[in-house]
Write a protein that binds this ligand. Structure first.
Ligand code: ADP
Ligand code: MG
Length: 542
C-alpha cells in the first residue's frame, strides 16, 4: 500500500496487471516443473516396462523354441517308430509266410519220414529176430549130485558164442555124442558183455513205428534162466523196478520202451495222445488180469477171456486198463501186477517161468476227421487206421476225473466236435514162459498139465509165425489164448521182434538149439516176404 500510495489509478492498475502477470508466470513455471517431473517419471516407467516386455518376449521365444524342438524330436521319434513298425510288419509278414512254408514242408517231410521209416522197418522184416547170449553165471556150475566132477566141468563149458553181431556159433564136442558146429544168422546178435542200453538201442526204432500207427510186439523167447526177464524187465523181478539212477542202466526193455513212448509223445501236440496199460498173465491157457481190483480196491488176479470182435480184432472184455501219464506211473502199475504173482501163488502163479507175462500199452491218438486222411500219406495205412477207429473212451476220460492233466482232459473237450476220431495202437511186451523141452514122462498131475499147456502155447506161437511166414490165408491164432491175445500185434503189418535168449553153457545145449531153431524158422518166412516186395537187400540189416 505504501508502494501504491500516492500513485495514480492507472499506475495502480498497471502494477496490478504486472503483479498478475508475475503470478501467472510463477504458476506456469511450476506447472512446467511438475510436467517435466511427471514426464521424466513416465519415461522411466515406460522404459522399464519396455525392457520387461522385451525380456518377457525373449523368454517366450526361448521357451517356445525349446518346445518346438521337443515337438520336432517327438515327431521325429514317432516317424522313426512308424518306420520301424512298418519294417516289423513286413518282417512279421515274411516270417509268417516262411513259417507257413516251413510248416507245409515239415508236414511233407513228416509224411516222407513216416513212409521211409516204415520201409526201413519192413526192410528189416516185420518179424525180426534178435538173439542175446547171456554170460556164464555162478549157478551154471550147479548140477545134480549124481553127476561126476568131469561132467560137471563140461556142463559149465561155454558152447554158444556170438561169432559177430549177426551170427551165433554153437560149437561142442562131447564124448559119445555127435559133435555140433553150427551157425545161425539173425538180424542182430548180442554177446554176453552187451548192455541193456545196447539191446534197447535196436528196439527204439520200433517205437517210432508205434506212434506212426503200427502195432508192435516185443517178446523174449528162451528156456528158464536164459535171461528173458532180465532182458524184458531188469535184474530184479521180485524187487520193485524203478527209475533210480543206480539201477537205471540195468532196466530192461519194458521200462525203457515206456520211457521212450512218453518221450515221443512229449514231442507231439499236447492232448493228442494218451496211454493205457494192462498187465496179464497167461497160465495154463487162462488169462489173468493182474490189475483187476475187487470192490474194496484190493488187487486180485481175475480170470478173463479173449474174444474176436466183429472187426476181426482180438479183445479181452472187462480187462483192466489203467491210464498212465508217465513212465514212473507205469512202472508202479507193473510192479503191482508182478507182486500179485508173488502174493497169490495159487490164484495166478508164483513161478514166473511157468507163465507168459503180457504187458500192453494202448496208445490212443486223437485225430480230427478232416485231417485224418492226410495224416498218413499212404492210403492203405489211412484206411487201415480209419477202420480201427473206435468210439470208446477210457474210463478215466469218461469220468473226467483226471482234471490235472491237459492230456487227459482234452479228449473230453474234443468229444463235442464229433469230427474227432480215435486211433488205437498197441505195444505188447511179452516175457514168455520157459521154452525148455520138459519131457512128459514121470510128470504127473498139476505139473503135467502146466507143462503140456506151455508146450502147446509155444508150439501154437511157432505155428502162427509159420503161417504168417508162408503167407497162408488162415493163421491159427485161436489155437491158444497166447496167440489169440497177441494176434493184432503179431500179424498184418504189425512189427514183431523176437528176442531169443540163450544160456551159453553146455548143460543147456539142447534147449539152446531148440530156441535157435525157433528163431530161424520165424525169420525165414519174413525173408521170403521181403524178397517178394522187391526191396533191395540191405548189406547189413540192423
Ligand atoms: P529167465 O527169465 O529167462 O528165466 P532170468 O532173466 O531170470 O531168466 O535170468 C536168470 C539169471 O541170469 C538172473 O539172475 C539174471 O539176473 C541173470 N542174467 C540174465 N541175463 C543176464 C545178462 N545179460 N547179464 C547178467 N546177468 C544176466
Ligand atoms: Mg523169467
Amino acid at each position: 500500500y505504501q508502494v501504491l500510495a500516492g500513485r495514480s489509478t492507472d499506475e495502480v492498475l498497471q502494477l496490478y496487471a504486472a503483479h498478475g502477470q508475475q503470478l501467472k508466470l510463477q504458476r506456469s513455471s511450476l506447472v512446467t516443473q511438475l510436467h517435466g517431473a511427471i514426464k521424466k517419471r513416465l519415461k522411466k516407467d515406460l522404459k522399464s516396462l519396455h525392457s520387461f516386455a522385451l525380456e518377457l518376449s525373449k523368454d517366450f521365444q526361448r521357451q517356445s523354441k525349446t518346445c518346438l524342438y521337443q515337438v520336432l524330436a517327438a515327431l521325429q521319434g514317432i516317424q522313426l517308430q512308424n518306420e520301424a513298425m512298418q519294417m516289423f510288419q513286413i518282417k512279421a509278414f515274411d516270417l509268417e509266410q516262411s513259417l507257413q512254408e516251413v510248416t507245409e514242408r515239415y508236414e511233407k517231410e513228416k509224411q516222407k519220414r513216416r513212409a521211409l521209416h516204415n520201409s526201413l522197418v519192413e526192410l528189416r522184416g516185420n518179424i525180426r529176430v534178435h538173439c542175446r547170449i547171456r554170460p556164464l553165471l555162478p549157478f551154471d556150475d550147479a548140477a545134480g549130485h549124481s553127476i561126476s566132477q568131469d561132467r560137471q566141468r563140461n556142463f559149465s563149458e561155454k558152447v554158444a558164442y556170438a561169432a559177430d553181431d549177426e551170427t551165433v556159433l554153437v560149437k561142442c564136442s562131447r564124448p559119445g555124442h555127435a559133435s555140433v558146429n553150427k551157425t545161425f544168422q539173425f538180424e542182430r546178435v548180442y554177446n554176453d558183455s552187451e548192455s541193456q542200453d545196447a539191446v534197447f538201442a535196436d528196439v527204439a526204432p520200433l517205437l517210432t513205428s508205434l506212434l506212426d500207427g503200427y502195432n508192435v510186439c516185443i517178446m523174449a523167447y528162451g528156456q528158464t534162466g536164459s535171461g528173458k526177464t532180465y532182458t524184458m524187465l531188469g535184474p530184479q523181478l521180485e524187487g520193485n523196478l524203478a527209475f533210480s539212477t543206480e539201477e537205471e542202466s540195468e532196466l530192461g526193455i519194458i521200462p525203457r520202451a515206456t520211457q521212450e513212448v512218453f518221450r515221443l509223445i512229449s514231442e507231439k501236440p499236447p492232448g493228442s495222445y494218451w496211454v493205457e496199460v494192462s498187465v496179464v498173465e497167461v497160465y495154463n491157457n487162462e488169462i489173468f488180469d493182474l490189475l483187476a481190483k475187487d470192490s474194496y480196491g484190493k488187487v486180485l488176479g481175475v480170470r478173463r477171456d479173449v474174444v474176436t470182435t466183429r472187426e476181426g480184432k482180438s479183445d479181452v472184455p472187462l480187462l483192466t486198463h489203467e491210464t498212465v501219464e508217465n513212465a514212473s506211473e507205469f512202472l508202479h502199475l507193473v510192479n503191482r501186477g508182478l507182486q500179485l504173482r508173488v502174493r497169490h501163488p495159487t490164484l495166478v502163479h508164483a513161478d514166473s517161468s511157468r507163465s507168459h507175462l503180457v504187458v500192453t500199452l494202448t496208445i490212443t491218438t486223437v485225430v480230427f476227421g478232416d485231417n485224418f486222411g492226410t495224416l498218413w500219406e499212404d492210403e492203405q495205412t489211412s484206411q487201415r487206421l480209419n477202420k480201427e477207429v473206435s468210439c470208446t473212451f477210457p474210463q478215466k476220460m469218461r469220468d473226467n476225473k483226471s482234471t490235472s492233466s491237459s492230456r487227459a482232459s482234452s479228449p473230453v473237450q474234443f468229444e463235442a466236435t464229433e469230427k474227432m476220431k480215435q486211433v488205437k495202437t498197441r505195444l505188447q511186451l511179452v516175457d514168455l514162459a520157459g521154452s525148455e523141452c520138459v519131457g512128459m514122462s514121470g510128470v504127473t498131475g498139476a505139473a503135467l498139465r502146466e507143462t503140456s499147456f506151455i508146450n502147446r502155447s509155444l508150439s501154437a506161437l511157432a505155428d502162427v509165425l509159420g503161417a504168417i511166414a508162408e503167407q497162408r490165408a488162415h493163421v491159427p491164432y485161436r489155437n491158444s489164448k497166447l496167440t489169440h491175445l497177441l494176434q493184432d500185434s503179431v500179424g498184418g503189418d504189425a512189427k514183431l521182434l523176437v528176442m531169443l535168449c540163450i544160456s551159453p553153457g553146455q548143460k543147456y545145449l539142447t534147449e539152446s538149439m531148440q530156441s535157435l531153431g525157433f528163431g530161424t524158422r520165424a525169420r525165414q518166412v519174413q525173408r521170403g516176404q521181403v524178397k517178394k516186395k522187391n526191396f533191395p537187400v540191405p548189406s547189413k540189416a540192423k
